[in-house]
Ligand binder design. Structure first.
Ligand SMILES: Nc1nc2c(ncn2[C@@H]2O[C@H](COP(=O)(O)OP(=O)(O)OP(=O)(O)O)[C@@H](O)[C@H]2O)c(=O)[nH]1
Ligand SMILES: C=C(OP(=O)(O)O)C(=O)O
Length: 205
């Protein structure tokens, strides 16, 4: 399967996380969250391609070291347009591929949770809600079907209404996205990857 991961410029993204570190460290922390997410993703045997759809490819080029491809977001600069663009590029290369949409802020992610989610979905349209139950961390298109992303506030309900099956396994590392300083405290307790871990001395929480 192939995954699309969107990213704003690290300076602009994760605004609700501001205050967790000195302002000068904010972009580095956002990149560290993404590095840990992507390192787990590329270590999964089931994931073939990872396409990062970036507001500014230059600002995130360090992520290509992890083996992900980086493209610029389309003219419509919204989250769902970025996901649709990435999915269209992946499907142009392989119309039968299963496309997934994943958030870049899952620094505790373990490949095992991703593998378990893919197994439960079994080729059906499915999603993983965040630990609060309102957002979405992963949306999987059905094999050969459009991604039809409906991310944004209340996206778990929107994805369910679109016919996506809510995956029921615990999947703690896949549900723990980082939007706020509280979320950061939660993932630190769960165990983050080495890039986010390197920021522990900088954290105010
Ligand atoms: N390319 C692209 N990525 C986006 C866009 N909007 C959000 N993202 C990315 O999508 C992911 C999920 O978005 P949010 O969790 O809402 O993150 P955010 O907008 O950075 O966070 P806040 O500023 O706190 O709302 C993050 O990795 C964002 O960088 C967009 O318009 N274009
Ligand atoms: C955009 C979303 O993410 P977040 O909750 O991280 O803002 C979403 O869950 O659809």
């Amino acid at each position: 399967m192939d995954l699309v991961v969107p990213m704003k410029h690290p300076r602009d993204g994760k605004s609700r996380l501001r205050g967790a570190v000195e302002p000068a460290h904010h972009p580095g922390l956002v990149l560290a969250l993404a590095k840990d997410t992507l390192a787990a993703v590329v270590s999964s045997a089931q994931v073939r391609r990872v396409l990062l759809v970036a507001a500014d490819p230059d600002a995130v080029k360090t992520l290509s070291e992890l083996g992900v491809e980086i493209v610029e977001e389309p003219a419509e600069k919204t989250l769902n347009a970025a996901f649709r663009h990435g999915a269209a590029l992946l499907k142009a290369d392989d119309p039968d591929t299963i496309v997934g949409a994943l958030q870049a802020d899952l620094p505790a992610l373990r490949a095992g949770d991703l593998t378990a989610a893919l197994a439960e979905a079994a080729g059906r349209r499915a999603f993983v809600a965040d630990r609060q139950g309102t957002g979405t961390t992963l949306l999987l298109a059905a094999a050969g079907e459009p991604l039809d992303p409906r991310f944004g506030p209340g996206s778990a309900r929107s994805h369910a209404e679109s016919g996506a099956i809510p995956l029921r396994q615990a999947l703690p590392t896949l549900r723990s996205d980082v939007d706020t300083p509280d979320d950061l405290a939660h993932v630190r307790a769960l165990g983050v990857g080495k890039h986010t871990s390197a920021y522990r001395a900088e954290l105010f929480i």
